[in-house]
Design a protein around this ligand. Structure first.
Ligand code: UD1
Ligand code: CA
Length: 478
């Protein structure tokens, strides 16, 4: 079948009642991407024009999709969640292709292959309806519609209405269907509500087609790939499966995960070969990691780019940051919205915010760099802080190439420290330091000879006399 003959409808208007959360289940992320975006993006990458049926929390569901900028996607509204059959009926007037692919919006792990196989089975059988099924004895499968074949007829019995044997390997409905549009036009107006729930089920269409003697085809898929997400537990399982897939992918690309089972990875993260990822790392929001990097344990890296051979020591938090090749960061560093040059070292307990540190510069210990523009080959002494905030505004500190900032400086911004300049340890620098100058801004040291022993002696004498007094008259009331 050529793609242009296909059109898809994704059902995403349900009320998510089994999630028991305020937010619609369709907006929850799996590996950083919203649940509903998974089937929609799969269809988009197959270039199938798609209609998404929205209703419950429609603004949120549409917003979750809009930032993916998917072409050939449009929306129709289901005013009330009256069931999957009713949701499909709401899209009836906008169906134009001869064959309509319908998918639940809560099946994130479905692959292009599963859809391709369904199309193939449909064409091979010359079917009016085809759908994807799976065999599983996983207890989770109990909640799915069962395929029941009897007397040459086929139907799907919803879990709530199923009284058959639950123990043996059961064939279940995946919630992915192909219909001839002409069949839908005839059958959708005939749908009747379920007696127990009052909902109109899409699955009733199978029984109807079968009773009319129409050819029906089924295509098999692995249960893990068609899991539907109705509860937070099912979301957790699906995310676990997706994350394992991502990690396997990067392992095949030469990335070493020391304890893959406790690394958290988003779908849009990329990692270069020969990189080593330690236990507990969290890599999210489109982070790009180069080759030959070492990511220390329990580091959280979000929306950042690490060039090749960068080392992140354990417990570092890096957001919205670019780190150039061969640099070292951490342990216990926090870097936000910053740029770190090649070969730089940003050490333990260093915080950087909206700052830039140049190539081969170092801030190795206990430092805060906020709104700082630091050149190359600069040394920032331990304990130095930029005082960038005056309570109203943030100000910039500029430190030029090869400057040497002594330990425990307070650099009061706005401030410029010139090229090759030095500042003395413990200085509070408030004014521009010219190139090549030494700035000292601290009180001069005074040594008072023998002061300590004399002080002790002075204190000791009156204490002794008090003691004597107390001894003489221990009870003042006597
Ligand atoms: C559905 C199938 C079941 C199948 C399972 C596979 C029906 C009646 N049952 O059950 O046979 O085994 O999927 O995962 O279809 N939706 C709407 N409007 C509504 C109701 C639902 O748009 O009024 C949407 C939901 O947002 C969801 C999808 O349809 O994305 C499926 O609905 P859900 O309630 O999850 O169906 P299941 O009970 O899982
Ligand atoms: Ca479902």
């Amino acid at each position: 079948m050529v793609r242009s003959e296909l059109q898809a409808v994704v059902l995403a208007a349900g009320s998510s009642s089994r999630f028991k959360t305020t937010k619609s289940k369709l907006c929850f992320p799996i590996c950083g991407q919203e649940l509903v975006a998974y089937p929609i993006k799969t269809l988009a990458s197959m270039q199938i024009p798609t209609i998404c049926v929205v209703g419950h929390q429609k603004e949120a569901v549409q917003a979750a999709l809009s930032h993916h900028k998917i072409s050939q996607l449009s929306f129709v509204e289901q005013p009330e969640p009256l069931g999957t059959g009713h949701a499909l009926a709401c899209a009836r007037n906008v169906l134009f292709a001869d064959t309509i692919l319908v998918m639940n919006g809560d099946v994130p792990l479905v692959t292009e292959d599963i859809i391709e196989s369904l199309v193939e089975a449909h064409l091979d059988a010359g079917a009016a309806i085809s759908f994807v099924t799976s065999y599983s004895n996983d207890p989770a499968a109990d909640g799915y519609g069962r395929i029941v074949e009897q007397d040459g007829k086929i139907k799907i019995v919803e879990a709530k209405n199923y009284n058959g044997n639950r123990n043996k390997d059961q064939q279940i409905n995946a919630g992915i269907y192909l219909f001839q549009r002409s069949f839908l036009e005839k059958a959708l107006p005939l749908l009747q509500p379920d007696q127990k729930t009052g909902e109109f089920y899409i699955t009733s269409l199978i029984q109807y087609a079968s009773e009319c003697g129409m050819p029906i085809a089924m295509s098999l898929a692995p249960f893990d790939s068609i899991r539907g997400i109705n509860t937070l537990k099912e979301l957790w399982i699906a995310e676990h499966i997706k994350r394992s897939e991502l990690i396997s992918h990067w392992m095949n690309e030469g990335v070493r995960f020391i304890a893959a089972q406790n690394v958290y990875l988003d779908i849009n993260v990329t990692i270069g070969s020969d990189t080593v990822i330690s236990p507990g790392c969290i890599l999210v929001q489109g982070t790009v990691i180069g080759s030959g990097c070492i990511l220390g344990a329990y580091s959280h890296i979000s929306n950042s780019v690490l060039h090749n051979n960068v080392t992140i020591l354990p417990h570092s938090i890096i957001n919205d940051t670019i780190i150039h090749a061969h640099s070292h960061v951490g342990p216990f560093a926090q870097i936000r919205a910053s740029v770190i040059g090649e070969n730089a070292i940003v050490g333990n307990f260093v915080e950087m915010n909206r700052s830039r540190i140049g190539a081969s510069s170092k801030a190795k210990h206990l430092t805060y760099l906020g709104d700082a523009q630091i050149g190359s080959h600069v040394n920032i002494g331990a304990g130095t802080i930029t005082c960038n905030y005056d309570g109203i505004k943030k100000h910039t500190t500029t430190i030029k190439d090869r400057a040497f900032i002594g330990s425990n400086n307070a650099l009061v911004a706005p401030l410029t420290i010139g090229e090759g300049a030095m500042t003395g340890a413990g200085s509070v620098i408030t004014d521009t330091v010219p190139d090549d100058a030494l700035a000292l801004a601290r009180t001069r040291q005074v040594n008072k000879e023998h002061f300590v022993s004399e002080l002790k002696a002075r204190i000791a004498t009156p204490l002794a006399s008090t003691e004597k007094l107390t001894m003489k008259n221990p009870d003042p009331s006597a």
